[in-house]
Design a protein around this ligand. Structure first.
Ligand code: ADP
Length: 368
């Protein structure tokens, strides 16, 4: 069967009407980052930040319109918040507290830093961070991955890295894998060394990874954050000049409560939330194709809508994602033309669009 073309998808989306204006979503310029890859379609729909919930039926209608075309295997449409130009201006103009501002100085050579965080461990944060990093590289960005998960560094496993990084005694050189640069706290400490890095120790280790590594020219640095919302996490959000944060959650209620804590942590330090990714969202049986919603599916989408933050997409629970991650060959690198890589690319595009928008406003610290 012939696969659907980009033009066919655009034409179908042209028939989807935004009810308030009565105009089509393509005429309104709402469709962003359309990717059509061998029957897998992904795109973002840019909506005003306060209209997230109201626009959900339009998002669904857009997905259905594309799904109805022949030659379509999968469709992922995500809502992304659009801030009116200049809406951040008064905030940006107010001077930041000097000592805080100093702590957030940019890192030479690095344009944007994006944190990938989760309220608790084991939800697939590192897998998601790594695959987003690889997807960004696939979109032509110069990418670095900083594995700051002091409790369970996973970049060595995920990217198959080993050995101490090269150093001249002052600077450290990052490792490279699948076209991205990477540094992990797991490469800097002995495996049998007890992990009692708390408070100031954590801060100095992270500081070293941020400022003493020769990253070179980087468009986007992805920081794989330690899970949770304790002191170590807060310190990092305060010290790194973050352009935004992506929150990874499974659909289970408990982890959503944790995800909410994660959102609040970033809000406190005025780091924009780029959106929530629902990981392990559903399970499709590799033998019969039957889809099972393992955890209460859709929880993260509803949660994102009610919290007014963009929903970036859902990644299924798939043995291939686990095997490739744990085998040091993440799925975006291993199967770049597959549907999972496509889902990560959609997320990567939305992240890229949002940080470009946000970078126009200077960071501001809110002290509560
Ligand atoms: P975290 O960083 O949140 O602790 P990891 O990314 O290390 O979580 O993932 C925990 C485990 O779950 C790993 O074995 C990983 O391969 C697996 N995993 C993560 N996401 C998926 C997924 N979508 N499908 C299947 N396995 C996954």
């Amino acid at each position: 069967m012939a696969r659907v073309t980009q033009d066919e998808v655009r034409t179908a989306l042209g028939g989807v009407i935004e009810p308030e204006s009565g105009r089509s979503i393509t005429d309104l310029g709402m469709v962003k980052g359309l990717v059509v890859n061998d029957g897998n379609v992904g795109f973002a729909m840019e909506v005003p930040a306060d209209k997230g919930q109201a626009m959900e039926p339009v998002r669904k209608a857009a997905e259905d319109a594309v799904n109805a075309l022949s030659g379509v295997l999968s469709v992922t449409a995500v809502l992304t918040a659009h801030k009116p130009a200049g809406s951040e201006a008064p905030k940006a103009a107010s001077p930041a507290h000097p000592s805080q501002k100093e702590g957030r100085d940019g890192i030479p050579g690095i344009k944007h830093i994006v944190a990938v965080a989760s309220g608790k461990g084991g939800v697939g944060k590192s897998t998601t961070a790594t695959n987003i990093a690889l997807a960004l590289a696939g979109l032509g960005q110069r990418v670095a991955l900083l594995d700051a998960d002091i409790y369970g560094p996973s970049a060595p496993r995920l990217l198959g890295l080993s050995g101490k990084p090269e150093t001249d005694g002052k600077k450290l050189w990052p490792k490279e894998a699948y076209g991205i640069k990477a540094m992990s706290i797991g490469l800097l400490i002995e495996e049998d060394q007890p992990m009692v890095w708390r408070g100031p120790m954590v801060q100095s280790a992270l500081e070293q990874m941020l400022r003493q590594v020769e990253w070179g020219e980087v468009d986007v640095m992805i920081v794989d954050m330690p899970p949770g919302t304790g002191d170590a996490q807060l310190t990092l959000t305060q010290r790194a000049p973050l352009a935004g944060a992506v929150i990874v959650s499974t659909p289970q209620d408990l982890s959503l409560i944790d995800a909410r804590k994660g959102l609040n942590m970033f809000k406190k330090v005025d780091v924009p939330i780029l959106g929530i990714v629902e990981n392990m969202s559903h399970f499709t049986c590799p033998n019969c194709g039957h889809r099972t919603d393992v955890f209460s599916h859709g929880g993260a989408r509803d949660e994102a809508t009610s919290l007014g933050v963009p929903f970036l997409g859902e990644i299924p629970l798939d043995i291939r994602i686990r095997e490739t991650s744990d085998g040091g060959y993440p799925i975006v690198a291993a199967e770049p033309d597959g549907p999972h890589a496509e889902s990560y690319r959609v997320i990567a595009r939305v992240v890229l669009d949002s940080i470009d928008d946000n970078s126009r406003a200077a960071p501001k610290i809110v002290i509560q």
